[in-house]
Design a protein around this ligand. Structure first.
Ligand SMILES: CC(C)(COP(=O)(O)OP(=O)(O)OC[C@H]1O[C@@H](n2cnc3c(N)ncnc32)[C@H](O)[C@@H]1OP(=O)(O)O)[C@@H](O)C(=O)NCCC(=O)NCCS
Length: 150
């Protein structure tokens, strides 16, 4: 198991996490998106760091609902529990602000992400047609009821 620390992101992390996002998915976040989240009191961003930053995740929240708009781990560090560690921090963060239902969208074909989310109790609640571009693909909308998840 790697010796990864999960901590809140800071301005100094933005260039690295935007780079991870851009090399991980077509619906990538840019530096300005992360800057916006870091200055938004209704958002939280975490990074996974060993020596280098290896991943990040983002939470938006309002009242008792949360949205996970972006999560990624560098290609070389995947499959080693870092995504799970980020999700654990995010779910703890949800509980700390009173979020009881957490939503996300995921490409229908993104099997690793579906598996990760299912591990945390997410279920497919619906589909958004042609949600993604390059290539065009539907999104599964997934939701987790955090009060049901240990
Ligand atoms: C999705 C992602 C964040 C998972 O991060 P990760 O660090 O590789 O995940 P973990 O090693 O913690 O694995 C967690 C679970 O995900 C699933 N998983 C991870 N990689 C997988 C793969 N290649 N195939 C199938 N399932 C996989 C497994 O269920 C795994 O649990 P297990 O090891 O107990 O079987 C990572 O694959 C990633 O960055 N992908 C590109 C960006 C992306 O698709 N983000 C999500 C957009 S909605």
């Amino acid at each position: 198991m790697r010796n990864v620390t999960i901590r809140p992101a800071t301005e100094a992390d933005i260039a690295q996490i935007a780079q991870i996002s851009q090399s991980s998915m077509t619906s990538a976040w840019k530096e300005e998106d992360f800057r916006g989240a870091l200055s938004n009191p209704q958002a939280k961003v975490w990074v996974a760091q060993e020596e280098e930053i290896l991943g990040y995740c983002v939470l938006y929240f309002a009242a008792d609902e949360g949205e996970l708009p972006s999560i990624a781990v560098t290609a070389q560090a995947r499959g080693q529990g870092i995504g799970k560690a980020l999700m654990e921090a995010l779910i703890k963060g949800c509980r700390s602000v009173g979020v009881t239902r957490l939503f996300l969208e995921v490409r229908c074909s993104n099997e690793p992400a579906h598996r990760l989310y299912e591990t945390f109790g997410f279920l497919v609640a619906g589909t958004r047609r042609n949600f993604y571009n390059h290539p065009v693909e539907d999104a599964d909308v997934m939701v987790a009821s955090l009060s049901d998840h240990e």
